[in-house]
Write a protein that binds this ligand. Structure first.
Ligand SMILES: [Zn+2]
Length: 418
């Protein structure tokens, strides 16, 4: 069988076995490297010895929504339109969440495969991504399955293509701030693979653990050991596994454990006048407890007539800033949609984050020293396959090649289970 599906100007072979792509939210490569070295990921250690252990670049801003949508469309935000979790809608002048599928400008790989008869299953930890990932799919008894751990007890046939998820998974509905929210995704994925054997499955976790725990710590290793067990089960069912991340994660605090923050709005107010410029932090979402809306990427709308070259020069002189550029340059470099990015893009260094005004960030929820993401320093992510791969030399791999690598480049081998 040599059937090909083309979507967003890329083509994919029809899967011979079920393909499972996993987006491990916030999985800086050292989490897995350390967990393997510590002996807590025995399956992954074996898998990487016979399969592929690659690294890829994620999309900058290295945030959750732009990267999840890149993975499932196979293209950067310039094509699919989701440039952040949050943006300034130029039509309304309002700052809004980009969770609504109306902001999506490209069909997903799932949609293209479903149109040709493939069975699709999508499980996400947080519900915020569900509607974007499932956009355009026929859901229901004959259609795709698409639900979140967070709202698993509310799953219905019409909205999610499944009922009684909690009974199927046999786990209580987890708290939104917990490691179990991600474990539920894998437990559900294994049950669905066993029951429905979908052609394409996408499992997307939450970075609650990575925001709190550094690589090699007990909390991190326990989380990676948990995932290892579920990946082994999917491998044993004969699936092709393609594992990547939406972004990395770094410590963003000083030696005293205080967040290292550059409050951009405060600086710009001082330079240009109170509220003349407008700083937008696309990391912002309703779940700010573990990062206080502090990440390493910001976009700035300047007042009419502002001297942008001068503002860029002043920002570049601020200690802790890594990159500042105008809209056109930044959107060309990071492949972003120009109409959803402000006049400037600002990226901070590895251990520094960007805020708006000091008074607008509630950091009371930060129980541990800040770990966050958003910048170029969190761009390297794992791309691991439980099969050898071929034909990828001389290519800059992206996390949004996860389906391409699994469908077009994984070498067919008999798994132990077949
Ligand atoms: Zn994320």
């Amino acid at each position: 069988m040599n059937r090909k599906i083309t979507v967003n100007d890329r083509s994919y072979d029809w899967p011979a076995q079920p393909v499972v792509v996993v987006c491990i939210d916030g999985s800086e490569p050292t989490y897995i490297e350390t967990a393997i070295a510590d002996g807590v990921m025995p399956f992954t250690a074996k898998m990487l010895a016979r399969g592929a252990d690659l690294r890829a670049d994620c999309v900058v801003p290295s945030f959750t929504n732009p990267n999840n949508l890149s993975i499932v469309t196979g293209r950067p935000p310039a094509v699919h339109g989701i440039s952040g979790n949050y943006f300034l809608d130029p039509d309304s002048g309002e700052e809004v969440m980009m969770n609504d599928p109306k902001f999506l400008r490209a069909p997903t790989i799932f949609k293209a495969f479903q149109d040709e008869g493939a069975k699709i299953a999508i499980v996400t930890a947080k519900d915020k991504l569900r509607r974007l990932l499932g956009h355009g799919l026929k859901i229901g008894a004959e259609g795709a399955t698409c639900f979140s751990s967070e709202k698993s007890d509310q799953a219905s046939l019409e909205e999610n293509g499944i009922t009684d998820v909690v009974e199927m998974v046999d786990m209580p509905v987890p708290d939104v701030y917990s490691a179990e929210l991600s474990e539920f995704v894998f437990a559900a994925g294994v049950k669905l693979m066993d029951r429905d054997r979908p052609d394409l499955m996408y499992l997307s976790t939450t970075d609650y653990v990575q925001h709190k725990h550094a690589p090699g710590t007990e909390g991190a290793n326990a989380f990676y050991a948990m995932m290892d067990g579920y990946w082994a089960q999917l491998d044993a069912m004969g699936c092709v596994l393609s594992l990547t991340a939406d972004h990395g994660m770094n410590a963003k605090h000083d030696n005293a454990g205080e967040p290292s923050v550059i409050y951009l709005q405060d600086r710009l107010d001082e330079w240009l006048g109170e509220a003349a410029a407008r700083v937008i932090l696309p990391i912002t979402d309703p779940y700010v407890v573990h990062h206080g809306a502090l990440g390493s990427f910001a976009t700035v709308y300047l007042p009419e007539g502002a001297d942008s070259a001068q503002v860029i020069a002043r920002l570049l002189a601020v200690e802790g800033i890594e990159y500042v550029a105008g809209n056109a340059d930044a959107c060309a470099r990071f492949e972003l949609p120009q109409d959803r990015i402000g006049d400037l893009v600002v990226v901070s260094k590895r251990h520094v984050v960007l805020g708006t005004s000091e008074s607008r960030h509630d950091l009371s929820g930060l129980e541990v020293p800040l770990r966050s993401h958003g910048g170029v320093s969190e761009q390297t992510v794992p791309l691991m396959v439980n099969r050898p791969v071929q034909g990828l030399a001389d290519r800059r791999l992206r996390n949004f090649d996860a389906f391409d690598v699994a469908l077009n480049h994984a070498v067919a081998v008999q798994s132990a289970a077949q």
